[in-house]
Design a protein around this ligand. Sequence first.
Ligand code: GLA
Length: 416
Amino acid sequence: MYVVSLFLFPFLLLQLLQSGLALQNGLALKPPMGWMSWQRFRCITDCKAYPDECISEHLFRRHADLMASEGYADAGYEYVIIDDCWLEKNRDRTTNKLVADRKRFPSGLNALADHIHNRGLKFGLYQDFGTNTCAGYPGVINNMQLDAQTFADWDVDYVKLDGCFANISDMATGYPEFGRLLNATGRPMVYSCSWPAYQEESGEVPDYESLKEHCNLWRNWDDIDDSLESVMQIIDYFGKNQDRIQPHGGPGHWNDPDMLILGNYGLSYDQSKLQMAIWAVLAAPLIMSNDLAKVEPRIKNILQNRDVIAVNQDPLGIQGRRVLIKNDIEVWRRPITPQNDVQEYSFAVAFVSRRTDGAPYAITFTLKELLLMNENGYGVQDLFESKSNLGVFRPENHFSTRVIPNGVTFYKFTAL
Ligand code: GLA
């Protein structure tokens, strides 16, 4: 007995240490992909005036159906997530449970979960750590155990826990506690935490070790809006703060720059490529928020671009970084598979133009400048021009690209 326990001790110690390092629910080993209501549909609750847009079971059934029929599910999009404004303003008087709005969700959330699951998709739901959600519906703070169990009973697969109407100082213990309660239900649920976004807002530096331990993904910063300006501000935040943010993204625990806004009103075709490319480099969750019935075919092609999605979902799960800025062209770079015989990484490289001087801007770099040092060189492919093979480039060779104002070019450099 004594010998066995001595033998097992290092193993058990290792298990203990590892379990302290990351959330052990085994979920989100790749950045989650899906669709969420907030950015496009906000808190539209007037179903008479806007029957196809109001936050209702019809909206989520419609989007589960479109995810399956329009090819999004085949491309990897999986979660259908209800954001704010789904609740009755009061809990059930006798059971104290949360209640979905009776008029807008007349069949109840179990029936909706079944509808989503029957299409091979997963079901996500929004709540808030505080007394109220950001839009003023009841939050979980005084009913955490009951609400975690209710989520499990509703067959929820993904929980977004927002942080309005809460004390920021309670979050460091409260968010982990809700995560533990979710796990204790025995139902695997991806746990998306908004806690660091609220800390950043109040000038506190988030505790990334704790986030990694307790959350599968976390909103780092401000909400996205439907504009290029908003996308660029988020990109700037991730660039400027990359030293403290980038190392913490990885399988099971991701930084989240917020939803994809492609298919709405704010981005042109080329700007849509820009958001998709940078979200791929950032290993960001790809959670669309748009009306899938209204996405133009060419924007749909960007959202379903298999090569770009493969970069986002790369199994190494290493988040990319902004490596240099030259003449207002930003270079963003992410190590990806395949690795060659001597374990050199391949790379996805995005060139983002912050220029507004009209003409497409031609720019040349040596591969060394891009920190692409593999001696055998790289086979280069344009990720937005599928099947294009641009040849082999070695570290001393020059690579040229031409980027339109507020646009992007995006390449895969495969290590040879
Ligand atoms: C916050 C979140 C958004 C959205 C709204 C809902 O602003 O950051 O993503 O969930 O609340 O009210």
